[in-house]
Design a protein around this ligand. Structure first.
Ligand code: SAH
Length: 350
């Protein structure tokens, strides 16, 4: 028996097949096990009723199903459910399920914390603890789906962490979750949001996955963007915007831009004009979100009238813009805050 157990829920379909056949088993067993793990969300090997007892015993010895437990759950009046999940090592992450007319969307975390340092974001305040494995990202979808007893049809990678700073594992997750032998969630139903890591955006374009890419833009010039997001010093707008244009060209998919509105920082009519000039002609969509003030952040939200003025001006200048409908505002604010609260409790692992 090996000391470190194989994280079986993080293996790709092919690697799982190699592992199971390597144990002297026929290939169809691997498919059965994959389905148990990724379609039926099995949390123990003993649940796998069509698998021989000897194989189950072997797997129990040397492999591990990455399971999450619900540390806290909050339900909003609008039906939004926010989970604080505890990982096997005691770390906590958050996932949020939003109910839309077209189905249930889950917002998943990709890392425990984040090292990108955006000044308005709660998730980055204590830096990066560690990255999540493919199985741990997938387990958020399986655990929430089982807990709600409802199918989850859409995924947004907008929870805690920077998905493109955990590139390999996020890609592994995307393959697991979209597998016809798993939940079969199509790439068209998946969005991934990044703060703008240019090399990884270019790499992602080459994968031609067909998912929707969102860019957290938040400002149309370098001084303003750098004051909000340190990542802009590494990948300024003259690199980011061409990478976005190339992404669209390569994948045929439109990009959407996230724009969190901060009072007195990025919400003036002049800034709206600058933003329109920067992204005009891309056919891109801008999502305006009044910023969610977090503890220790110097920012406050633009008022609703200002956000609407900003939106109307963008539209007038030929840029498609909507104000994000806010769900779950009564159950706590920006993502990352629940985890911070939990970490603040004495003796709680972060
Ligand atoms: N790291 C990724 C995804 C996580 S955050 C990214 O940066 O895109 C998801 C979105 O919420 C991003 O657009 C992020 O900039 C934004 N965000 C983070 N904190 C926020 C806050 N307090 N108020 C409003 N938007 C916030």
């Amino acid at each position: 028996m090996s000391e470190i157990r194989t994280k079986i829920t993080s293996l790709s379909e092919q690697t799982l097949a190699d592992y199971i056949t390597g144990l002297g088993q026929p290939a169809f067993r691997a498919k059965q096990i994959f389905r148990w793990l990724h379609q039926r969300g099995a949390t123990s090997f003993s649940r796998m009723t069509d698998i021989p007892k000897t194989l189950i015993a072997r797997l129990e010895q040397e492999a591990e199903i990455e399971c999450l437990t619900v540390a806290r759950k909050q339900v909003s009046k609008d039906g939004t459910v926010k989970y604080l999940f505890r990982l096997p090592d005691g770390n906590c992450i958050e996932s949020v399920v939003m109910r839309y007319h077209y189905g249930n969307t889950i917002c998943v975390s990709s890392e425990v914390g984040c090292r990108m340092g955006c000044r308005f974001c709660a998730s980055t305040q204590n830096g990066l603890a560690r990255r999540l494995t493919p199985g741990e990202i997938a387990a958020q979808v399986y655990t929430a789906g089982a807990e709600l007893g409802e199918r989850i049809s859409h995924i947004v990678m907008m929870g805690i962490g920077e998905p493109l700073d955990n590139y390999e594992n996020v890609l592994g997750f995307l393959h697991l979750i979209s597998s016809p032998n798993g939940l079969n969630i199509g790439m068209r139903n998946i969005s991934l949001s990044t703060c703008g890591l240019v090399p990884q955006i270019r790499r992602l374009a080459q994968e031609k996955l067909g998912l929707t890419l969102s860019i957290s833009l938040h400002a149309p010039n370098n001084p303003m963007r750098s004051s909000m997001m340190p990542v802009n010093d590494a990948y300024p707008l003259e690199q980011l915007i061409p990478a976005c244009r190339d992404y669209q060209k390569t994948t045929g998919r439109r990009i959407s831009f996230e724009y969190s509105m901060v009072k007195g920082v990025n919400d003036s009519p002049k800034t709206a004009k600058e933003l329109a000039a920067l992204i005009r002609g891309m056919g891109a969509h801008v999502n305006l979100i009044p910023i969610n003030p977090v503890d220790g952040s110097p920012y406050s939200a633009s008022d609703a009238a200002n956000v609407e003025r900003f939106r109307a001006l963008l539209e007038q200048l030929g840029v498609n813009a909507t104000v994000r409908r806010r769900l779950g505002t009564d159950i706590s604010a920006a993502c990352g805050q629940l985890r911070q609260e939990e970490a603040g409790k004495e003796g709680m692992p972060r």
